[in-house]
Design a binder for this molecule. Structure first.
Ligand code: PGA
Length: 253
């Protein structure tokens, strides 16, 4: 059997509901034209305001949908927040948690991210936990220590292996600078070991995505690495053609 990949589009704060609907239609059309690749799961993560519309358009199709955040409480006086069960009710499968933009701009810490992971799993949503080092941490040779700290605190006591990890070096996000395949593989291999330690055999099957300026022209060399099983795509997921070209770049027999 071909190795299985997961390619996720993180639309961030882009696309109104009607623009989102257009992009979804373009993605579906292009993918149908190019043929169905059974070794790749595709997911898109539009903004909250577009989720309902995208879910309706994709109903019955094998393109999954995720959200970009949630709040861990079940309900109550948390103005502006969205709970896991609200997302689950829209038939979503994934939720991105701990993205570096949320950690830096919105001051999310590892403890909060841990609570969010538990809330997502409790509602059978698959969290996509983002981890990654700053340029300073890389230059100070603290990449692996940073990743270990982020993973061990976010997954502290977690026994459910229903999750995805996205390794996103912060210096590579939206900058056009990408980690070399070898640099990324080193971190992915390290993450794989941490997951095996925590989840045993099941840790072997958890997707570990690379994110940070993944584009159609560098995707194949990254996705060839033994421990990179997909991508979390920002900028290049906002145009149907480049997103589907990344999907098409996943190696298969
Ligand atoms: P990028 O974003 O592909 O635009 O670098 C990736 C991400 O932040 O998820």
């Amino acid at each position: 059997m071909d190795r299985q990949y997961l390619i996720v589009g993180n639309w961030k704060m882009n696309k109104t509901p009607s623009q989102s609907a257009n992009l979804v239609r373009e993605i579906v059309d292009l993918r149908t034209k190019r043929g169905i690749a059974s070794h790749v799961t595709i997911a898109i993560c539009p903004p909250f305001t577009s989720l309902d519309r995208c879910a309706a358009l994709l109903s019955g199709m094998d393109i999954a949908i995720g959200a970009q955040n949630l709040y861990f409480e079940e309900e109550g006086a948390f103005t502006g927040e969205i709970s896991a069960s609200m997302l689950k009710d829209l038939d979503l499968e994934y939720v991105i948690l701990g993205h570096s933009e949320r950690r830096t701009i919105f001051h999310e810490n590892n403890e909060l991210i841990h609570q969010k992971i538990k809330a997502a799993q409790a509602c059978q949503l698959t969290p996509i936990l983002c981890v990654g080092e700053t340029l300073n941490e890389r230059e100070a040779n603290r990449t692996l220590a940073t990743i270990e700290e982020q993973i061990s605190s976010a997954l502290n006591g977690v026994v459910d292996s229903n999750l995805v990890i996205a390794y996103e070096p912060i210096w590579a996000i939206g900058t056009g600078q990408t980690a070399t395949p070898e640099m990324a593989q080193e971190v992915h291999q390290f993450i794989r070991k941490l997951l095996q330690k925590q989840f045993g055999e099941k840790g072997q099957r958890i997707h570990i995505l690379y994110g940070g300026s993944m584009k159609p022209d560098n995707a194949a060399s990254l996705l060839k690495q033994p421990d990179i099983t997909g991508g979390l795509i920002g900028g290049a997921s906002l145009v149907a053609e480049s997103f589907i070209n990344i999907v098409a770049a996943t190696p298969h027999d």
